[in-house]
Design a protein around this ligand. Structure first.
Ligand code: C2O
Ligand code: CU
Ligand code: CU
Length: 505
């Protein structure tokens, strides 16, 4: 099998900047700066199917036992790497459960550090959310329990520890959750057998030093582009080959990277069908041959492999997190392979031809809103450029305020609908995530988004110089004291202060 090399460029992580004079400071140096990141020779490995955990049914609840642990992992050939994970040394099992079940997550922190574990995308009481207010001290246990009211789709769980989310996710505290509805999938002809025709594709990038240790830098310079690495992992394994059991597969594409944006396509440019995004199915499958995923976004696609030909999922350069109109992401922004598929042994099954999937909530249409809007909020994403950002106290804000653990920035009313207008005058793109809701995108700079973005979402990219409006239900849970977060999902931006919190009362 012919395959491409890994990222060709170096990592822009070691720039030494002596002087700063203007808003567009020394960007070239930062992006293409020194390269001491180790890029090992890699060889093809088998696709790693994550352990599947469906919980245990105890007194009407699905109970999951999740232990945060540290250990050694073999991420690079011949080298061992210190990592952390959940029930394993790096990353986590896929948790599968169903709508209307009550899930009970029994989390034990066996790390030597405080952690928090957040259920990204879930609509649930604030005390169960697993944000920075639900910190679990080393050695302690924490239980989160909620009734699943989200729609079937692919979700995310990950560290959300105050000031340490980026570094803990990087070291491995992240996994995928799936809310499944096998009957509906069967009716619609959507592949849904885990590890048979339904495969998680959890994409992360990592950087290493020569000893094999994970390299993480959180300097002020690093924060701007977020932490990116030059080794791409799928489910924790570099350069892997999936040998699917069926010729029609669902890939649950999931960008679990701290900061890297992906513009994905197949090496032969074959079309695929997008059936679901963050929080549920689309109304109709969308036939595409590329899809962009910014950090925390998920996309379920159906790929027809009945021609038996090997194919690679690849990233196309040009979609870094910086406004490329002004500068390029340099060495970090290249074409590279994500992973490979070899379907030669797959059992042939009929093509996917379903035309209608579900009905989306009819909150608005081209004529206007069909629900009452309780409030319109204006959130401006700010990056303070120049010396203040690099040497001052922060530089990442929402509405000119950096995140503070004890400040409630917004108060919403339960069981209402709101419009959030996300305005990004800064020079980088920010994927904005709002907890405890699944929203729909109204428009981008006044224009209706593409059909691929028409479904339920919990994370939306707000490009530089863009204003994105979303319509969100505030959900049924009231709690005047415990907030939910909203933030940029470039985790280094989040940790640096581009986060706020809201209560629902
Ligand atoms: Cu994916 Cu506030 O998190
Ligand atoms: Cu979240
Ligand atoms: Cu950001």
């Amino acid at each position: 099998m012919k395959r491409r090399d890994f990222l060709l460029g170096g990592l822009g992580v070691t720039a030494g900047i002596a002087t700063v004079t203007s808003g567009s400071f020394a960007m070239g140096q930062m992006m293409s700066g020194g390269n001491d990141a180790y890029r090992p020779p890699l060889s093809l490995q088998d696709y790693a199917l994550p352990a599947l955990d469906e919980g245990t049914s105890i007194q009407g609840k699905q109970v999951f036992k999740l232990t945060l642990q540290a250990g050694e992992s073999q991420l690079l050939p011949g080298l061992s790497t210190e990592t952390i994970g959940i029930n394993q040394n790096f990353l986590a099992p896929v948790l599968r459960f169903k709508k209307d079940q009550t899930v009970r997550m029994e989390v034990s922190n066996r790390l030597n550090e405080t952690a928090a574990l957040h259920w990204h995308g879930m609509i649930l009481p604030a005390t169960q959310d697993g944000g920075p207010h639900q910190a679990i001290k080393s050695g302690d246990d924490w239980v989160a329990e909620w009734k699943v009211i989200n729609e079937p789709a692919t979700y995310f769980y990950h560290s959300h520890t105050h000031n340490h989310t980026g570094e803990q996710v990087w070291r491995g505290l992240a996994g995928q959750m799936q809310i499944i509805d096998e009957d509906r999938d069967a009716e619609l002809g959507i592949p849904h057998q885990y590890g048979v025709d339904d495969y998680p594709v959890i994409i992360t990038d990592r950087a290493f030093d020569k000893s094999g240790a994970l390299y993480y830098s959180n300097t002020r310079m690093q924060k701007m582009q977020g932490m990116q690495g030059n080794v791409i992992l799928v489910n924790g394994v570099a350069d892997s080959v999936l040998k699917p059991k069926k010729s029609l597969v669902r890939l649950r594409l999931h960008n679990a990277s701290n900061a890297r944006f992906y513009d994905l396509h197949f090496s032969d440019n074959r079309p695929f069908q997008l059936v679901a995004t963050d929080g549920g199915m689309l109304e109709q499958p969308q036939t595409l041959n590329r899809i962009r995923l910014t950090p925390a976004e998920r996309a379920d696609i159906i790929v027809d492999l009945s021609d038996g030909k090997p194919v690679s999922l690849q990233n196309r350069k040009g979609y870094g997190n910086l406004n490329t109109g002004m500068m390029s992401n340099g060495a970090l922004d290249t074409n590279f392979d994500i992973f490979h598929i070899e379907p030669s042994q797959a059992e042939k099954v009929p093509a996917f031809t379903t035309a209608q999937l579900i009905r989306l909530p009819n909150w608005f249409n081209a004529q206007g809103f069909n629900v009452d809007i309780a409030t319109t909020r204006h959130l401006q994403l700010d990056m303070q450029m120049g010396p203040a950002m690099m040497f001052g106290s922060g530089g990442f804000f929402i509405n000119e305020k950096a995140y503070e653990l004890n400040t409630i920035n917004e108060v919403a009313k339960a069981n209402t609908y709101e419009v959030w207008e996300l305005r990004n005058p800064s020079i980088t793109h920010h994927p904005i995530h709002i907890h405890n809701t699944q929203f729909r995108i109204i428009d981008r700079n006044g224009r209706i988004p593409s059909a691929a973005e028409s479904g339920l979402k919990d994370t939306v990219i707000v490009h530089s110089e863009e204003t994105v409006r979303v319509l969100l239900p505030t959900g049924p849970y009231k709690d005047a004291d415990n907030p939910y977060m909203y933030h940029c999902h470039i985790i280094e931006h989040e940790d640096a202060g581009m986060m706020g919190q809201f209560t629902v009362t």
